[in-house]
Every structure is written in structure tokens, then in C-alpha cells.
Write a protein that binds this ligand. Structure first.
Ligand SMILES: [Zn+2]
Ligand SMILES: [Zn+2]
Length: 309
């Protein structure tokens, strides 16, 4: 059995603040952490590069992560407040302007985001996750790849480009209600979309059909639909990494209620919410984005009683 040393952080307790994605030749994810005991407001960004070793425990103890500004920078919480529900304190929720528009349909009265909403070019995309699941969504133009990678989409196409977020939200709502395309994924879809077992053509033929239908029946928004195909094929990149590890069967690691969760192994790849790990030949996935805000203790041994405060 291999013991894994932890390449992600070398201090005792880390505060998991965010997972972020950037586009390069491979799906590249980053983990944003802070040294909880010594510098809780200083954000450290480390690449989740395939091949690194990870070894930590996710503790059942959660603190406010702060909030993102309109340029997508994470602003740390002033007070590092302990939280139980969600991962933000009351003050940071109030300052998190854009999150208030997550589920709006382009006609809300979120005064803090009104200027952003009216002036920031947006895209409407359709993303394929499994052989029979398509999701519709909107993103600012400059965040498109990041947004799709964050969600772990296998394949996506941009269908419309709008001069404002409000208009993109209206098109999203229209597609959702008129063509029965969902705008959320449930746990089953998240897990099913993770493994091998797809062909890129599964996704392209499904999207071809849906996009043709939408364009044919949507004269109301036709000026915003883009003519050329702008596609993102993430699946073949993930598949290469998964196949290199023989990751044909992925098991899911879930924390029992109020229990710590051990995360240990060599990183096969990050994908959306998950880290896929190889621990002595056993391939497993852990949903790390659901643990944003939690503390992580270095090394995958059960923590002693921690004296944090
Ligand atoms: Zn806060
Ligand atoms: Zn809004």
C-alpha cells in the first residue's frame, strides 16, 4: 500500500474556500485555500494537476468563505465567521451581489447588480452531461469555459449571444419552459456524468436535434442566436485522463452525517464538483465543491481533538 503525502498544503488546517477552473490544453482546476490558524484571510491558489498526491480529512467544521466580486475575485470574509447552513455569513451574503441573480429570469430588482446585468455581454449555452441530459444556462462571455468546467459538462454549445445578462436570462427561461430543458442537475446526473462510457457523438447528436428545434420555433429571439457552431468538447479530454488510469468503475465517497471524510490518493483528474482519485488501484470520486467552507486537516488520519480557537 502506498502512503500519500499531501501535495495540496503543508500546514495543519486548511480552510477550503473555492474550486476554480481555467482553460488550457487540459481541464485545469485550482483549489483556493487558506492557512486557517495563521493567515485565514490570505487565499492560496494551488493547481489540482493530475498526478499530484492528496491526503487530508474533511472536517465537520465550516467557516464563511467570503464572496466573489463582479470580476470573479474571492473577497475574504472580514470576520471568518463559523457557519452551519451554506458557506457564507449574513454580511457576505449581503455583499454577494451576483448570486442574487442566479435564479432570476432577467426581470428582478436586484439593484446592486442592475448595472452589471444591463451592460455585461452574456451567452446562453446548452450543455450535455449524460446520454439523455441537457442543461440550459447563461454565463458572462468571458467566463464561459470556466462556468462549463465548474459544472463538469461533458460537451457544450453556445447557442445565443446577448448584450446583457437580463436578456440571456429571458432566453434561458424561454428555452426551459418551452422546450423542457432543465437548468439544474440532480445528484444522479452529477454522478452519472462523471465516468467513461460515452461517445462524443452521443452529445453532438442530442444537441443537434435540440438546437434545431429551438431555432425553428423561436422567432422571438432569433436575432440573438449564433449561426456558427461554437462547441466545447470536454469529454474527450477527461476520457484520456480517466482511461490512462483504467477508471472504468468509479465509486463515490460520501461523508456520513456529521462524520469526517478521508480523501487520499493520486489525483486522476478534477471534474466539475469532483476529484477523481486512484488509491492503490481503487478509483473513487469525492464531491469537493459540496465541502467548500469546510476545514481540512493535513494527512488522512483521524484528527485528534482540534483546538481551533
Ligand atoms: Zn463572511
Ligand atoms: Zn437578477
Amino acid at each position: 500500500m502506498t502512503d500519500f503525502k499531501n501535495d495540496l498544503f503543508d500546514f495543519e488546517i486548511a480552510h477550503l474556500k473555492w474550486l476554480s477552473y481555467e482553460w488550457s490544453t487540459k481541464p485545469t482546476a485550482f483549489i483556493l485555500l487558506s492557512d486557517f490558524k495563521n493567515a485565514p484571510k490570505e487565499v492560496i491558489k494551488t493547481e489540482l494537476a493530475p498526478g499530484i498526491n492528496v491526503s487530508f480529512m474533511i472536517l465537520n467544521d465550516k467557516y464563511c468563505i467570503g464572496y466573489p466580486d463582479t470580476d470573479d475575485n474571492l473577497i475574504p470574509c472580514e470576520t471568518t465567521t463559523r457557519v452551519t447552513l451554506g458557506n457564507q455569513c449574513r454580511e457576505c451574503i449581503d455583499k454577494d451581489i451576483l448570486s442574487k441573480c442566479t435564479y432570476c429570469t432577467g426581470d428582478c430588482v436586484n439593484s446592486g447588480a442592475l448595472e452589471y446585468c444591463k451592460t455585461t455581454p452574456h451567452l446562453v449555452y446548452l450543455a450535455a452531461f449524460t446520454k439523455d441530459f441537457i442543461k440550459v444556462g447563461t454565463t458572462s462571455e468571458k467566463r464561459a469555459e470556466t462556468r462549463l468546467l465548474e459544472q463538469g459538462a461533458n460537451y457544450a454549445r453556445i447557442i445565443a449571444r446577448t448584450p446583457s445578462q437580463g436578456l440571456a436570462k429571458q432566453i434561458e427561461e424561454y428555452i426551459k419552459t418551452t422546450f423542457s430543458v432543465l437548468d439544474k442537475r440532480n445528484k444522479r446526473i452529477k454522478e452519472e456524468s462523471l465516468g467513461l462510457g460515452f461517445q462524443t457523438s452521443d452529445f453532438t447528436s442530442m444537441l443537434d436535434e435540440k438546437i434545431t428545434e429551438i431555432k425553428k420555433k423561436s422567432s422571438k429571439f432569433s436575432e440573438f442566436f449564433i449561426k456558427d457552431i461554437q462547441e466545447f468538447d470536454f469529454y474527450s479530454r477527461y476520457a484520456t485522463l480517466l482511461m490512462a488510469d483504467g477508471a472504468t468503475r468509479i465509486s463515490f465517497q460520501r461523508a456520513e452525517k456529521s462524520k469526517e471524510l478521508k480523501v487520499e490518493g493520486r489525483l486522476v483528474c478534477p471534474k466539475g464538483d469532483f476529484l477523481v482519485l486512484n488509491n492503490n488501484g481503487i478509483i473513487s470520486a469525492v464531491n469537493l465543491s459540496s465541502k467548500v467552507g469546510n476545514l481540512l486537516s493535513n494527512g488522512a488520519t483521524k484528527s485528534k481533538q482540534l483546538n481551533l480557537l
